[in-house]
Ligand binder design. Sequence first.
Ligand code: T1G
Length: 690
Amino acid sequence: MSDFVKVSRDGDVAVVTIDNPPVNALSFHVREPLMQALVELRDDASVAAIVIACAGRTFVAGADITEFGKPMQQPELRAIVAVLETIAKPTVAAIHGTALGGGLELALGCHFRVADAGAKLGLPEVKLGLLPGGGGTVRLPRLVGAVKALRMIVSGTPIGATEAHAAGLVDAVFEGDLTTHAVNFAREIARKGGPFTPVRDRNEGLKETDLVALDAEAADLARKARGLEAPIACALSVRNAVTLPFDAALAAERALFVKLVGSDQSRAQRHLFFAEREAAKVSGKDIVKRRIARVGVIGAGTMGGGIAMAFANGGYPVTLLETSHEALQRGLATIDRNYSVSVTRGSLSEVAKRERLAQFKGSTDYADLADCDLIVEAVFEDMAVKKEVFGKLEAVAKPGAILATNTSYLDINEIAASTSRPQDVLGLHFFSPANVMKLLEIVRADKTAPDALATVVDLARRIGKVAVVVGVCHGFVGNRMLAARGSESEALLLEGATPSQIDQVFTDFGWPMGPFQMGDLAGLDIGWRNRKARGLSAVIADTLCEQGRFGQKTGRGFYLYEAGARTPVPDPEVEALICDKAAEKGIAPRAISAEEIIERTLYPLVNEGAKILEEGIAARASDIDVVWVNGYGFPIGKGGPMFWAGLEGPAKIIERLEYWHQRTGKDVFKPAPLLKQMAETGSWNGDAIA
Ligand code: T1G
């Protein structure tokens, strides 16, 4: 056959094994020999049944995403599934690892599916801005029902083998040698005799579909889509599976797929798929990672507690250190409460909660950190305090232990230089809440050793974080660009825009919330303290803070919040304050358009990203996109600020930056040379844009 598709026989059962590392994607070089093998085995009278299995760590994890956007080579997956459904002898898919996207669609082309107990099955295409294009939206509902299929397809979240068995998606679950089990299963089925019904002709899942309930669920999902096209298309295609004849529904699915695969949104989300994987690659060959068995966290406040939970959730025992017993108990009580909330919500079992809590060892004695392989400091954001902590750490930490700081802004080279082991020092910048937010900015200081860096990048993946390695500068990548994005917020308010007008522009753009709502959520006092420490001012935000308006936590900030509520209510007092400050500065308010708001907030964001690339603080433009999508809510359908710059048009961005630079004289608008270069070359340092 071929290196990628091998056929073997176990008596009268043929086993077709796909072998296309690392994840058996259905690349063209797999599809062609697979089609050939299936046709031959279909017509081979000596074959009583066919098993499709995969070598390596997983069943087929989907179509080959790298082939999208290029002319599709025949045969396509749909054609292979159509041939599968013409086979009269039983066909069995043997699923281990993951059966995702086109992989599950291939399995749905078989009469039967058997799975390893640890297998996961799903249709995650929506996460790539697509919908299943190989018949998944039409065949899956026929087995598991329309509502279950809708939830699986619109969430894109895989389900486990046991749940898949209960839902009728798989016919048997096995432990041990799956291929042998599958061969025996197939032989038994063949012995019992057919006819064997292809999924296309099975309707048990569609019977009594409550279309009203389905539409209500779809409408709810649509509301949450925030402008993303794929979830809507997924819901429509599942509905078609219920209301249209099979072939008509399949054709409709195809049309939707073709539309989405060429869309900017899908290209943006595919960009992010590969960008996240690139970001996790640390340069340097054969780096031996350090062993991490126990983690220490200093500070049990909001950040420290969340960081400790992130490691415990990742299976690591944690020593949590505080200055006093009271503070420690307060921190541990908050952690316990957070887990209880998850249990109440049903996202964590009581048993799992107990297991995680058992990972924690509280202490007020630095000596208890001596057996930790990684120690993360999460104390007050002050250089003197940080240096004092690192001084104490030095005395107790074992040789080779990695010493990390969770600072959001401070100079990590300075902290490292205050120790005798700068090679072990780096930044682990978690985002609040640290046990929830996916992003982890890993800050490489000048003397950080490559093995320390590689160790924490790998560790980040193990605790479910999306890691991006960045260099040392004020605010690293995320917060530095956030400052550039926010630099004009106050000016826009003084010149006539309102907080809700600006926030509306951001939510229309696809953000979960705008800068003023976000400020109120995070707490305006954090930025206030930071500005004061740096001798900076923001006349409106500072005045609000002087009035005790710190945002949601005080019930009023840029907006008003009813007791305990999170819904922002515009506050006439704030608008009056803004008018007063504008009058004091002799600024006459004027009408400000949504375009102008984008130009004065997001264009500087892109421009700052270009400067960060020029300085080598980020290795790739796509790293910056990963930071902004996973840490700051940049809409995934736009691929991140650097990818979006390609969609928006670099020439236009430069022209408008130059216009505002001229008008305001502000550096934040002075186009970075790399941005100009990108406009000429169409790439960021060779990193393709949209
Ligand atoms: N196509 C091409 N490359 C892929 C790939 C794919 N489907 N999946 C993974 N890779 C590459 C990845 O870039 C990385 O490369 C390496 O494999 C290891 O991946 C018609 C339209 C399976 C859970 O969305 O979710 O089917 O960086 O680091 O953490 O309806 O990969 O080493 O060079 O992620 O162990 C639908 C995508 C496709 C699943 C394994 N399928 N993959 O995770 O490894 S669309 C998906 C994953 C489709 C049909 C449609 C994960 C994984 P490199 P990795 P991992």
